[in-house]
Design a protein around this ligand. Structure first.
Ligand SMILES: Nc1ncnc2c1ncn2[C@@H]1O[C@H](COP(=O)(O)OP(=O)(O)O)[C@@H](O)[C@H]1O
Ligand SMILES: [Mg+2]
Length: 223
């Protein structure tokens, strides 16, 4: 089933000298249960594209469909939609330093349901699944970089999003932790059918995804 489709996406940024065209009529179709890699030169618009797909930024022109339904990216209650349907993982994990690993993971679910106990129970299960048993009561600064990023993955997954967008999630990790993180994403895809769209500059990681697109001259081409 087609989960997300973006058609004819145009996006530019205003500069003092004029317009900087980033995306130029880009199309992408993402199937449920797929793993998709997007690579491309620095500045080619990868983060811009993820932000648009994740409804964090508006387009100049173009349409985004979710399960076949046209999204009105302006009037949609994007916050609620994002929090329940979409997950995000960034290069820098943005964990809240004053909250434990367990609380960081539980928070988005607590916002969604208002049930703190159930949220923490779910968070504990996810932490276990990501090999973080025993780390729940640690604060972010008491965790290694790889562990912090796995906590961020757990946080992205807690509301059982249909799709997770990851922007260079291994960009800040060494080789071993980077491989471990990608192993976890692939396992989650295989066992839960979790859909992932991953931006990376690592060709080896991109090669582990089912589809690999290159963003070039404002459009995607399949590799
Ligand atoms: N908010 C913004 N205002 C102006 N220019 C921006 C903004 N965000 C990104 N850009 C520019 O758009 C281009 C694409 O950025 P980005 O999507 O971050 O690229 P990538 O993630 O592929 O490195 C870059 O040239 C960047 O400088
Ligand atoms: Mg980027």
């Amino acid at each position: 089933m087609e989960l997300v489709a973006a058609k004819g996406i145009w996006k530019s940024y205003r500069e003092t000298e004029g317009k900087l065209e980033i995306l130029k009529g880009l199309d992408i179709y993402i199937q449920q249960g797929e793993t998709v890699a997007i690579t491309g030169e620095s500045g080619s618009g990868k983060s811009t594209l993820l932000h648009i797909l994740g409804l964090l930024d508006e387009v100049d022109c173009g349409e985004i469909f979710y399960k076949g339904e046209l999204l009105d990216t302006r009037s949609i209650k994007s916050d609620a939609f994002r929090n329940s349907k979409l997950g995000f993982i960034f290069q820098f994990h943005y964990l809240l330093e004053d909250f434990t690993a367990l609380e960081n993971v539980a928070l988005p679910n607590f916002y969604l349901t208002g049930n703190r106990k159930a949220a923490e129970q779910k968070a504990a299960e996810l932490l276990a699944r990501l090999n973080l048993t025993g780390r729940g009561s640690h604060y972010p600064n008491q965790l290694s970089g790889g562990e912090q990023q796995r906590v961020a993955v757990a946080r992205a997954l807690i509301n059982e999003p249909d799709i997770v967008y990851a922007d260079e999630p291994t960009g800040n990790l060494d080789q071993r932790h980077s491989t471990e993180l990608v192993d976890v994403l692939i396992e989650l895809n295989e066992t839960r059918g979790q859909t992932f769209v991953l931006v990376t500059h690592d060709q080896q990681i991109a090669g582990r995804m089912q589809k690999h697109y290159i963003l070039e001259n404002g459009v995607l081409r399949i590799r």
